[in-house]
Design a protein around this ligand. Structure first.
Ligand SMILES: O=C(O)CCC(=O)C(=O)O
Ligand SMILES: [Fe+2]
Length: 289
């Protein structure tokens, strides 16, 4: 993690890295996603199940394992040093699903893990800190969003409230209600001045990546573009020792999915105690075998 990335992640709670994939990597990943999306849903059952997520997204479970071009993104060279630093070299991986947003989908309400814990439904612990001399930052619950389509200003898509991972009061229901009145449409919300101050709508291009603490208040504006979908892989990470507190029922992947994975990814998925160092955590560049 560069000093600039560290500062930004600490201050804003997320990082946005343009052009993280090479053009070849992007092409391979897009080909894999096209294949996944043109496979009849029946054939995906039990491994890469398709669900219409309440009209918010089309959702493909475990898509990260569908093809090596997608699995490689889990430990990609652009994000791997960041994953290791955020987890203090005790990395764990939980889930990797594909989300597809189209103009027929609705918005995703603003949310964060911090809200859930303040409301008593999540982790009541401090999960973001920096070392006293500022040489490292830690965050034990974060998401990595890899983009496969261009987002242009005005299309809609992901919104983030920079710095909100450090807030101490929960998000106000009134804000949700007024944004919902305007259908989470950025232009209408801006015009009517009802967005929380500082809320940003990111416009990543295909091949870009966002790394975001799940404590940051975030959501999705209604997708407006009709000529493009917004397809992105959502990879969820934590520390190996927080995974150890989670139930197998929540973490276990179908055998058919596990069997496809390289040993490096399997090691990353494993629960572990705090003092053990995974061999992958000692690797600077992960090459899947
Ligand atoms: O629409 C988005 O980009 C946000 C998705 C999201 O919040 C999530 O997958 O947890
Ligand atoms: Fe989220």
């Amino acid at each position: 993690m560069t000093p600039e990335q560290r500062y930004t992640f600490d201050a804003a709670g997320y990082l946005y890295l343009p052009n993280a994939m090479s053009p070849e990597e992007l092409q391979e990943a897009r080909n894999a996603i096209d294949r996944l999306m043109t496979t009849p849903h029946e054939e995906l059952k039990g491994e890469f199940d398709y669900v219409d997520q309440g009209g918010v997204f089309h959702h493909y479970y475990h898509a990260f394992a569908y093809d090596k071009a997608l699995e490689r993104l889990v430990t990609h060279r652009a994000t791997w040093p960041i994953i290791k630093e955020l987890t203090a070299e005790k990395p764990g991986f939980m889930r990797g699903n594909l989300k597809v947003d189209s103009h027929e989908c609705t918005y995703l309400t603003l949310h964060s893990l911090r809200e859930q814990s303040l409301e008593g439904n999540g982790f009541a612990r401090d999960i973001h800190w920096t070392s006293p001399n500022g040489d490292r930052v830690y965050c034990d619950y974060f998401n990595i969003f890899w983009y496969f389509d261009d987002v242009r200003p005005g299309d809609g898509g992901v919104i983030m409230l920079p710095g909100s991972h450090k807030n101490t009061i929960p998000f106000s229901d009134g804000i949700h209600e007024t944004m919902a009145e305007f259908d989470y449409d950025y232009d209408k919300c801006i015009t009517n001045n009802i967005l929380p101050h500082g809320l940003v709508n990111l416009a990543p291009n295909a091949g870009d990546v966002i790394i975001a603490s799940d404590q940051v208040c975030h959501g999705g504006l209604k997708w407006k573009a009709k000529d493009r979908m917004r397809r992105f892989l959502v990879l969820r990470y934590s520390t190996q020792y927080l995974l150890a507190y989670m139930s197998d029922g929540d973490l276990n992947l179908p055998a058919g999915v596990m069997n496809r994975l390289s040993p490096e990814t399997k090691e990353l998925l494993a629960k572990d105690q705090i003092f053990h160092t995974k061999s992958i955590a000692m690797t600077d560049d992960v090459v899947l075998s």
